[in-house]
Design a protein around this ligand. Structure first.
Ligand code: GLN
Length: 484
């Protein structure tokens, strides 16, 4: 049951083989039994889940069910949910219950999906290991001594451990793809503007994008179908029509041109990870694709550029958490100044403070031109690299992460090493492109993700490529021992 796809579960529900109430109850039982070892959920909402499941069963009987009706999913705790705490992994919002739903959340609600709870994450989505969460680290179900990746590590661990059929995530520099890679699931970061950011707590507004985290490409297509589309409440939302993602999953790959990014197979890449990625690329050759080498010459500039742009935007976005309107407030402030200072000092964790300080510095008078403006110029060069590459190839391939999951605590004392976890994913956010992580052969018995990057709005093509690989391999079907 817990290995079935969204389509299979939907068919079972509609045929009356089982009810959404039974399915939901089953998942809630699994969470209760298995999540203590993972810490993948911040909130589990049994009552409202069961209530939605009952309503879904009614809707099923009335013949008004859609593909997601009655399917138990989880939301990353960055998406505002009316009536359920939205903490963003922070003490700052540990007491915050949003008065409204994020666009993504209301879309799933309208589709009749059952929300089991909210998943753990790095504080304000800043991190690559889920260790910056105020609610404690998440463990990787494949080896609980190791991290699940971040910042959507709770979503990745929950889906990999079959504690939810699918989950939402967000990706500012790799936070859907890197945890998907480290946990052996499928994670899609859509084109910037494809999924509404309304009600998704902002980290770096020009980079943030929500997307699906699932066990298969087919499930990712079903999830994206619900999530994607224009939203007038998000000024960067795209009006581009949303295609039928499921209809293109089986498209032929003959003649498709794949560019293997030469800069990504560098000295920092674990040779076993490189081998798994190359083997997967060979599968595509067998499926009729042509493979050529391409160069993205400004690749090495992506991480330093991101660590100016993202902190700059976060320092501005996080200034709203001031202890006055909502969120954490320090006890007995002496005056307004003291209220601001102590609420922020006590409410934010170390990584968030580090980013706010870097960002504030980069935006200061006299430094703006040297750092922020310079970073924006380099960002343009990085986008141009991709534009040139897509003149000769249809998609780009490489690894998602330089290594498999590292040990809990291994990189926490060295932020710069941690930042390098996203060395292959960050450029994609700077350019606003879509990309997917697809499970390929494990290395050192831990999952590995293949990174496929597409041109703007090529989500259907990415899902098609992932699906075709998943028809000839079964890496995406493997389940971590102890969670089957
Ligand atoms: N790991 C990167 C960071 O720490 C990316 C995070 C993200 O995509 N939200 O900023």
């Amino acid at each position: 049951m817990y290995d079935k796809t969204i389509a299979e579960l939907g068919a079972g529900l509609r045929a009356g083989d089982f009810s959404s109430l039974e399915l939901t109850q089953g998942y809630l039982d699994r969470i209760r039994r298995l999540d203590a070892a993972l810490n993948s959920f911040i909130s589990v909402v049994e009552d409202s889940a069961l209530e939605t499941a009952r309503a879904a069963d009614e809707r099923m009987k009335a013949g008004r069910a859609g593909p997601l009706t009655g399917i138990p999913i989880a939301h990353k705790d960055i998406f505002c949910t009316q009536g359920i705490k939205t903490s963003c992994g922070s003490r700052m919002l540990d007491n915050f219950v949003s008065p409204y739903d994020a666009a993504v959340v209301s879309r799933f609600r309208e589709a009749g999906a059952v929300v089991l709870g909210k998943t753990n994450m790095d504080e304000f989505a800043m991190g690559s290991s889920n260790e910056t969460s105020y609610f404690g680290p998440v463990r990787n179900p494949w080896d609980t001594e190791r991290v699940p990746g971040g910042s959507s590590g709770g979503s990745a661990a929950a889906v990999a451990a079959r504690l939810a059929v699918a989950a939402t995530g967000t990706d500012t520099g790799g936070s859907i793809r890197q945890p998907a890679s480290l946990c052996g699931i499928t994670g899609l970061k859509p084109t910037y503007g494809r999924v509404s950011r309304y009600g998704m707590i902002a980290f770096a507004s020009s980079l943030d994008q929500g997307g699906p985290m699932t066990r298969s490409a087919e499930d990712a297509a079903a999830m994206l179908q619900v999530m994607a589309g224009f939203d007038p409440r998000d000024s960067t939302s795209s009006e581009q029509p949303v295609p039928d993602y499921g209809a293109q999953l089986d498209a032929d790959l003959a003649g498709l041109r794949i560019g293997l990014v030469q800069e990504y197979f560098d000295a920092g890449l674990d040779p076993a990870v490189a081998q798994s990625v190359r083997d997967a690329v060979e599968e595509y050759r067998r499926l009729g694709a042509e493979v050529v080498e391409v160069s993205l010459p400004n690749s090495a500039l992506a991480v330093p550029t991101y660590y100016v742009v993202a902190p700059a935007e976060c320092s501005s976005n996080l200034s709203r958490f001031d202890g006055v309107r909502y969120g954490y407030r320090c006890a007995q402030p002496r005056d307004l100044e003291d209220l601001y200072k102590r609420s922020r000092a006590e409410g934010f964790g170390a990584e968030v403070k580090r980013r706010i300080m870097i960002g504030t510095y980069a935006l200061s008078a006299g430094y703006y031109d040297a750092y922020y403006l310079k970073a924006q110029k380099i960002r343009h060069l990085i986008s141009s690299d991709f534009r040139r590459a897509f003149e000769t190839v249809d998609v780009l391939m490489g690894p998602v992460s330089p290594t498999t999951a590292f040990r809990v605590g291994e990189k926490t004392d060295d932020p710069v090493t941690m930042y390098l976890s996203d060395i292959y994913t960050i450029a994609v956010n700077l350019a606003g492109l879509p990309a997917i992580s697809v499970p390929v052969a494990p290395a050192q018995n831990m999952p590995v993700g293949l990174h496929i990057v597409g041109n703007y709005f090529a989500e259907a093509r990415l899902l098609n490529l992932a699906h075709r690989l998943q028809q000839v391999t079964d890496w995406h079907k493997q389940a971590p021992a102890g969670f089957v």
